[in-house]
Design a protein around this ligand. Structure first.
Ligand code: NAI
Ligand code: NM2
Length: 543
């Protein structure tokens, strides 16, 4: 039965490639008039306000406009966990070469029609997708929480960020344009901003829905199609975005989801019909992606790790500096690439700073991430929790003082006893050579370092191979801008931290990445420029 459904989807998909632009426009208009008719939206299990009840049964792979069950083609299946409870949430069906190829073909078919639409037409579909995201905000956020472990409050903000990004790039789609250049003798040239083709998105587990939107929105705004591979740890929500795009009137195959890990990811990177790879994740994997892309001379966007500094001067508003340091370290259980995990505090205010930061860290309510009052949920997986706790042990061995946290945590609710919780940790007495100060921990561990002068702190802050983000807290405006100018980081903040409006570019210097996400400039990374020289006279031949 599943095989038959697949075959039907395949046929539908291949027919899709034969749609004319006119037919496509008609289909688009009719689907916009009847939202809700395309793409069944699955949500099995009881909706609840606490963890432990959702079971995902529907297939999580999606191409040719629908979910695809690949169980029958001896796909490798592996368990996916609910971090809050440690129970199995679903089985992941990893895609092999046949499935990756089917998804890329589906995307190729969509590209032929989507790339020929006017920007306004693409924008209309994207705005409808944004509206559907808003309508399903709570449902998407809940599934994100169940699969990722972060608090529902944060998950809602991630869904909002996904929606805003799609709205923003819908706007960009409408203003894509080239240039006209007057040449001698009445001749002229013009440029066309053209899409690249099938783009691949490879996501990390810390912001699953947000990453899927941050990659797909600029890609489709420019007229590309996409095959997206979520992290195998958090496969649940990308498929909802695929259904939403489809329901919003996107052609079949515009945004496809293939599940899997390293193998599936490398199949995508090596696929000859893929034009670009956009990746979010760790630095070592980013290097491998770049290597694979280089074989096909394919452009990459790499959004990699960080070990970012937050610099707090003695003249800063201490209340805001403390809030900023907490926001820089404990969002999403500390699993954020842009986190400011090296907190440099000017020596005269270290005692007050530590007192306040520790008091507030101890007060963070850890527990069931689906409860409104919870501020910190579970880390994403058991191995990851163990890795983070290992970093705390290592820090102690190297001489750092644990002022609070850094221990496994078992919530009182018995259903959460096997979840992956830990208490947020503040480390004092850190020095620049310690492992906790040098390596990306990717957990709720703040390292506090003391400094005396501006020159000294700039040198130490820049002493890293990474350069994703940086923050400075001071009331001295000249110092604020001077320090920022000298910090080697792509995403900087003055008197705040971890604010990422979709209107501004986000991305790293040095080994933290290549290219940018969000903001107008991202159009450059998902399109190419064609120059056309038009001769109005005769050919002046030398031969
Ligand atoms: N800076 C960041 O944004 C992130 C950093 N990390 C760090 O990396 C560590 C490892 O976590 P992972 O999830 O394994 O990160 P990863 O960077 O290895 O994986 C990210 C994505 O790349 C895919 N992938 C892995 N190897 C690949 C390959 N050879 N070809 C194509 N795709 C490939 C994965 O399936 C996943 O979808 C974490 O413990 C954390 O410290 C993890 C996620 C995000
Ligand atoms: C939204 N923010 C700043 C918390 C995270 C953005 C990037 C990321 O870690 O994937």
């Amino acid at each position: 039965m599943a095989g038959l459904i697949r075959t039907l989807q395949q046929i539908r998909c291949e027919r899709g490639s034969k749609f004319s632009v006119r037919e496509m426009k008609m289909a688009l208009l009719s689907s916009l008039g009847t939202p809700g008719l395309r793409g069944a939206l699955y949500y099995t299990g009881t909706r609840s306000s606490s963890s432990g009840t959702l079971h995902i049964k529907e297939p999580l792979n999606f191409w040719c406009g629908g979910r695809v069950n690949i169980k029958d083609v001896k796909a490798k299946s592996e368990p996916v966990y609910e971090p809050a409870t440690g129970r199995v949430l679903c089985q992941l069906q990893a895609c092999g070469a046949t499935e990756v190829d089917a998804a890329v073909r589906s995307a190729r078919a969509a590209f032929t029609v989507w790339s020929k639409l006017a920007g306004m037409e693409r924008a209309r579909v994207m705005l409808e997708a944004a509206r559907l995201i808003e309508k399903r905000r709570e449902e998407i956020a809940e599934i994100e929480v169940v699969n990722n472990g972060k608090s529902i409050t944060e998950a809602r903000l991630d869904v909002d960020s996904a929606r805003l990004c799609i709205e923003y790039f819908a706007g960009q789609a409408t203003v894509l344009s080239g240039q006209h250049v007057q040449l001698a003798g009445g001749s002229f040239a013009y440029t066309r901003r053209e899409p690249l083709g099938v783009c691949v998105g490879i996501g990390a587990w810390n912001y699953p829905i947000q990453i899927a939107a941050w990659k797909s929105a600029p890609a489709i705004a420019c007229g590309n199609s996409m095959v997206f591979k979520p992290s195998p740890v958090t496969p649940a929500t990308a498929v909802l975005l695929a259904e939403i795009y489809s329901q919003a009137g996107a052609p079949e195959g515009l945004f496809n989801v293939v599940q899997g890990g390293v193998e599936t990811g490398s199949l995508l990177c090596h696929h000859p019909d893929v034009a670009k790879i956009s990746f979010t994740g760790s630095v070592p994997t980013g290097k491998k992606i770049m290597e694979m892309a280089s074989r096909g001379v394919k452009p990459v966007t790499l959004e990699l790790g960080g070990k970012s500094p937050v610099i707090i001067f003695e003249d800063s508003d201490l209340e805001n500096a403390v809030r900023g340091a907490l926001m820089a370290n404990f969002l999403s259980q500390g699993q954020v690439c842009s986190n400011g995990t090296r907190v440099f505090v000017q020596s005269s205010i270290v005692p007050q700073f530590l007192k306040e930061v520790v008091r507030r860290t101890k007060a963070i309510l850890i527990g069931d991430p689906l409860l409104e009052e919870t501020r910190m949920g579970a880390l994403v997986s058991k191995p990851h929790l163990e890795k983070v706790l290992g970093y705390v042990d290592q820090a102690k061995k190297e001489g750092a003082r644990v002022l609070c946290g850094g221990e496994p945590f078992i919530p009182t609710d018995p259903k959460l006893k096997d979840g992956y919780y830990m208490t947020p940790c503040v480390l004092d007495g850190c020095t620049d050579d310690m492992t906790c100060v040098k390596e990306e921990i990717f957990g709720p561990v703040m390292s506090v370092l003391s400094f005396d002068t501006e020159d000294e702190v700039l040198r130490r802050a820049n002493d890293s191979s990474l350069g994703l983000a940086a923050g400075v807290f001071t009331k001295d405006i000249k110092r604020a801008h001077r320090v920022i100018e000298n910090l080697q980081a792509g995403s900087c903040f003055i008197n705040n931290y971890n604010i990422t409006p979709v209107e501004v570019p986000f991305g790293g210097y040095k080994a933290s990445g290549i290219g940018r996400e969000n903001g107008q400039v991202t159009i450059e990374f998902y399109s190419q420029l064609k120059t056309v020289v038009v001769e109005m006279g005769d050919v002046d031949s030398l031969f």
